[in-house]
Design a protein around this ligand. Structure first.
Ligand code: GDP
Ligand code: MN
Ligand code: MN
Ligand code: MN
Length: 251
């Protein structure tokens, strides 16, 4: 496997054609995986907002006071989630646009003019539009993985995760395959799209690197069929961590 950044990507503006910008800067091959940071997709899709016009509720003011946060940011997070699992000291929520994450995915890093970036409205759709456009420009069949930086339960530090997929396998199922000693595996599922997202994030970094796009070559992630990042989200009724968080919240 080989992974490299696409260099000289400009600061992305609303309306920019990310696929064309990428294709002008790199020679793609069939089966390549294009990994793209959600921040630049949010910019291109104009999913940016300012805190100026937000009026915080009493609840947002309360949380803000307790944790030293701008109550307007707290309100923006509350406005963008269907369920708040943990309110303080961090806001861990079910975002309307992706999975469980901190601050509804609202992100102020690497965005200009005091604006904040939302997650893309539908990151699978964003991935598909970019993937189809790349195919149209280059004739290459590529996979696209849209990433965001997420924290993890139990472990310190954040990694890149996949929040939008186009023609990229989310999970590799080892069930029925043999281990070293010939035993048939029963349950192992490998979240390959998240692994590729994390590897690409290593090249992106989180700061001023200016590397929002990584090409990952030489994996078997590309698939011709329809895929979705939702395939990486544990169904609500099978999620014991969410269940525990709800019990904790009630107590
Ligand atoms: P997120 O993980 O999607 O929230 O994205 P980050 O804010 O962590 O940024 C990932 C990478 O993209 C970093 O290397 C940033 O410097 C870079 N980046 C963010 N926005 C832009 C942009 O508009 N243009 C360029 N060239 N790089 C950007
Ligand atoms: Mn960011
Ligand atoms: Mn982010
Ligand atoms: Mn990041």
């Amino acid at each position: 496997m080989e992974a490299f950044t696409v260099d000289d990507i400009p600061l992305i503006k609303p309306g920019d054609d990310i696929a064309a910008i990428i294709c002008q800067r790199v020679g793609l091959e069939d089966g390549d995986v294009l990994v793209i940071a959600s921040t630049i997709i949010a910019k291109a899709e104009n999913e940016l907002f300012s805190l100026d016009n937000i009026t915080p509720s009493a609840r947002a003011i309360g949380i803000g006071k307790k944790d030293g946060k701008d109550p307007r940011l707290v309100q923006a997070v509350l406005d963008r989630c269907s369920e708040c699992f943990v309110e303080s000291p961090v806001m861990l929520v079910q975002s309307d646009r992706a999975h469980v994450c901190i601050n509804s995915g609202v992100d102020d890093s690497n965005v200009e003019n005091d604006l904040l970036a939302d997650l893309p409205r539908d990151a699978d759709a964003s991935a598909r539009i970019i993937g189809e456009r790349v195919e149209e420009i280059t004739g290459c069949r590529v996979a696209v993985v849209v990433t965001d930086t997420n924290g993890r339960a139990f472990r310190l530090g954040q990694t890149g995760v996949a929040i939008g997929l186009y023609h990229a396998t989310p999970i590799y199922y080892w069930r029925g395959k043999k281990d070293l000693f010939g035993y048939e595996m029963q349950i192992s599922e490998e979240a390959v799209a998240d692994e590729v997202a994390a590897a690409a994030n290593l090249l992106m970094g989180e700061g001023s690197g200016g590397n929002p796009v990584v090409v990952v070559r030489g994996t078997s992630l590309f698939t011709g069929g329809k895929t979705s990042a939702c395939q990486l989200y544990r169904p609500d009724n099978m999620d014991i961590i969410k269940k525990a968080l709800r019990i904790f919240k009630e107590s």
